[in-house]
Design a protein around this ligand. Sequence first.
Ligand code: UN1
Length: 503
Amino acid sequence: MLHKEILASAGLSPADLYSGTPSSQAITVHSPIDGVELACLKPTTQADIPGIIKLAHNAFEQWRTVPAPRRGELVRLLGEELRAAKHELGALVTLEAGKIRSEGLGEVQEMIDICDFAVGLSRQLYGLTIASERPGHRMMESWHPMGTCAVISAFNFPVAVWAWNAALALVCGNPVIWKPSEKTPLTAMATTKIVERALARFGDAPNGLLQLVIGGADIGDALVSSKRVAIVSATGSTRMGSIVGPKVAARFGRSILELGGNNAMIVAPSADLDMAVRAIVFSAVGTAGQRCTTLRRLFVHESIHDVLVEKITKAYASLPIGNPLDAGTLIGPLIDKTALQHMQNALEQARQQGGEIVGGEPVSTNVPAGAYVKPALVLMPQQSDVVKHETFAPILYVMTYSDLDTAIHLQNDVPQGLSSCIFTLNLREAEQFLSAAGSDCGIANVNIGPSGAEIGGAFGGEKETGGGRESGSDAWRGYMRRQTNTINYSSQLPLAQGVKFDF
Ligand code: UN1
């Protein structure tokens, strides 16, 4: 399929794609597949932001009074529209973000899944009832909409992460302003067209309920700094989070941060090695190593190290690298040449720190402008500085361990705390890994890799990963305000704690 056909079938017209004229302000979008220019967009300006926030606030004042199951109906329609557009939007994810076909489709599936989840949730925004210490009194909790939710998303999951946030925010009664990565605005624009179809079928949603802004850090900053943006949900680097988090906190706003990961796997002596190899290869090289959940560190028991490394090396050698639009490709390009440079720098540091590197070199394909690389396997003598740093590329550092306590200590001894896993058939080891003294990550798995989480669980991590939770379980609470209610149905006014105040 040609680029033009993919763009057109995702509903993007030439007028959408060329809203800007080449200038220092315009956002030019290139496909990571071949570097071809896809669009030149007029960005949202800082001067536009107050009006956008005001419109969202007006939408909030209406939307918060719409019954939650009715709000869920909009999300149900969005899920239907996404199902109908899955193929076209998935292909655009491939074109704009460079994911292989199946992962592009998987990303849209993740959007559909969270819509289904949120529809059910729209009838389940439960609060507790609480026993009161006073006679004739009752206590309860009510969950109310919070206000405008800004979603700042990254290039690597250009649409799914918006959907995790938007589906929940909508049923929770909040409008959403979306700032996608300036590397992937087209998938966001195509999603907005799908949203418009759902809104048209819904009928009476307020204007400004779902808005899109296109731009760079200055636009993100205008959203982050506004007191009228109740929630800022930001996905990206720890560096970005360290700017966003304090700014939102300084104005007592709420942030949901989903930042860097440095995810590990421990492979114990009893592990099913063939299964472990499949999990390692998918989670280390899938999405060309550009997931926040990508496997970056492998701790292998010394008794199985050589045999496992041999199996992984063999598997790596068989991986088709190339144009992600082609059926059969498993590793597409890095997002750009800068990412390639970061990867090469990290490998150079690894070498200096005693690493033995297999792979990692640029691959020449028939599309020279793309940043294609062989995934790198790096045998490290210890967990040195470079290993503790997240490099957004397919680099897997392999280390050995002799006792599980040390392996768990090493796995936790990094600044990030997103995802982790152990391969073992030993129940004691598995439970130790999941215990309070085990993995310190937001996600800890047994006999499954660290990436490719389902939407039903809360997604996020600790430490420099930011502490936010999105997606399933009770992550919805992050999008609502909790109100404690005490109701007195007696004819007395007793004070709590037995306090007397008679006059
Ligand atoms: C991300 O990389 O920002 O668990 C999100 C996974 C995906 C989401 C990753 N469901 O790998």
